[in-house]
Design a protein around this ligand. Structure first.
Ligand SMILES: Cc1ncc(COP(=O)(O)O)c(C=O)c1O
Length: 455
């Protein structure tokens, strides 16, 4: 095997070549980036969507594909941040929304549609008895944190190193290396002084923390998402469930990505572990904005109930102008109902992507073990690390190159594949991506590795 420094040199050469191709193919995106940079900080609406040397500006999406303003087509492995589980713009959802919008856009009062959706969700998500809708996954986590603190009358919150729960203060720490301190400017240390960060897949560390501190809740993504689609090791989630119970802390599953993805009932159905509170987002909105909810066992969720707790100070607040709005509720209900009527889609997708992931991992092995594949079902991580990462810390600390991830992203783009982010490969195919599309992904990764190793 060539030394890492020689590989790095080759990657740099390849990057120059791919960048020239990218620039050649994307004059329209380049011009938009220049315009955008005058009115949007960094030229983007969200930093995660930025790529070097500039982002692709997408004009249109359909099924598993997206088209940029220059007419280039990409197979999309990002799928609206994972929200579009049935692909982009399914006709039947658009038709349903068109019809629903004639009844009003935001009714602003209680409505029958939200009741019906809540009933459906309580039926299919194993641990949910009561729930409330929110406008995003971030918001759902924020309300879940408040609720857990109110219920347990404890201050501390535990989160996982590299876990991403959105930009809410109490959870906005320990996301990227060095995994300590505020993850943003303008976030005072004081606001996170009751947040404890522990490594994923390390039960001893968690138990030690729960023994030492009065912890209201442990927030965990059952399969790490933005941190690189890292799966729990056998028995880990079960142990997390047992020890949170033992120490009187609530267990919060952040299922913003895993919900309706790993199974209809999310990771809790897939791994057969029931949390106390579940946080949902993305797919729950059926591809429409305002996607989020938190729910759980009655005893906990009742603390949001204003009839039971008329004094606002005695209950955990939840609300918002657009919560339960007609459009998001209708889109979400339509998607989730479709999924519940077509459960075989899950089995098919799991088979397809388990095999694809194994094949990519084999290709990594054949190319001097330059990479490893992690994940479950339609959550796939590719890590250019010296060992297979079991935590987000390892996914960063064991990297052998600083540029290989973004070079792969660039190479994928010039070869008709798009995904976010360029810093961490985490692919979120929908349930409708085809075998041919999986083959294309495999072949792009294989060619990329062949280019680096010259095999
Ligand atoms: C696991 C997880 N939780 C929470 C969030 C935040 O959700 P939103 O972006 O809807 O606020 C995300 C978003 O990517 C996520 O992946």
């Amino acid at each position: 095997m060539a030394s890492y420094s020689l590989l790095e040199e080759r990657i740099r050469d390849l990057r120059r070549e791919f960048e020239a191709k990218f620039i050649d193919r994307t004059p329209g995106s380049r011009a938009l980036f220049e315009r955008a940079s005058r009115v949007l900080p960094g030229g983007v609406t969200y930093a995660i969507r930025y790529f070097k040397p500039y982002p692709i500006y997408i004009e249109r999406a359909d099924g598993s594909k997206i088209w940029d303003v220059d007419g280039n087509t990409y197979i999309d492995f990002w799928m609206g941040h994972g929200a579009n589980i049935l692909g982009h713009a399914p006709r039947f959802i658009i038709d349903t929304i068109r019809e629903a919008s004639l009844k009003g856009l935001h009714l602003g009062f209680e409505n029958p549609y939200a009741v019906e959706y809540a009933e459906l969700l309580a039926k299919i998500i194993p641990s949910i008895e009561l729930l409330r809708f929110t406008n995003s996954g971030t918001e759902a986590n924020m309300y879940a944190a408040r609720l857990a603190r109110a219920y347990t009358r404890r201050r501390y919150i535990v989160k996982i190193e590299g876990g991403w729960h959105g930009g809410y203060d109490s959870l906005h720490t320990g996301v990227t290396p060095p995994f300590t301190g505020p993850e943003s400017a303008g976030l005072p240390e004081d606001f996170i002084k009751y947040t404890l960060v522990v490594p994923f897949n390390n039960i001893e560390y968690l138990e030690d923390t729960l023994r030492k501190y009065p912890v209201a809740a442990v927030f965990i993504e059952p399969v790490i998402g933005a941190g690189g689609c890292i799966e729990p090791i056998e028995g880990y989630l079960k142990s997390v469930r047992e020890i949170t119970e033992r120490y009187g802390s609530l267990l919060v599953f952040d299922e913003v990505i895993t919900g309706f993805r790993l199974a209809l009932g999310g990771a809790q159905e897939y791994f057969n572990i029931k949390p106390d509170i579940t946080v949902l987002g993305k797919i729950i909105g059926g591809g429409y904005p305002g996607a989020g909810a938190f729910g759980g066992i009655r005893e906990v969720m009742e603390l949001v109930d204003h009839i039971k707790y008329p004094d606002p100070r005695s209950r955990a607040f939840h609300g918002g102008t657009f919560v339960g709005n007609l459009i998001t509720i209708t889109a979400g209900y339509t998607v989730v109902k479709y999924l519940s009527d077509n459960k075989s889609l899950y089995e098919k997708a799991e088979n397809l992507w388990t095999i694809a992931a194994r094949r990519i991992d084999k290709i990594c092995e054949e190319h001097d073990r330059l990479c490893w594949v992690t994940g479950v079902s339609t959550m796939i991580g590719v890590h250019f690390t010296k060992i297979k990462p079991r935590s987000v810390r390892e996914a960063y600390e064991q990297r052998w190159s600083n540029i290989v991830e973004e070079t792969l992203n660039l190479y994928a783009r010039v070869n008709g594949i798009a995904y976010v982010s360029e810093k961490m490969v985490h692919l979120l195919p929908s349930l409708i991506h085809t075998r041919e599309e999986a083959e294309k992904l495999i072949s792009v990764i294989e060619h990329f590795l062949a280019g680096i190793t010259r095999k």
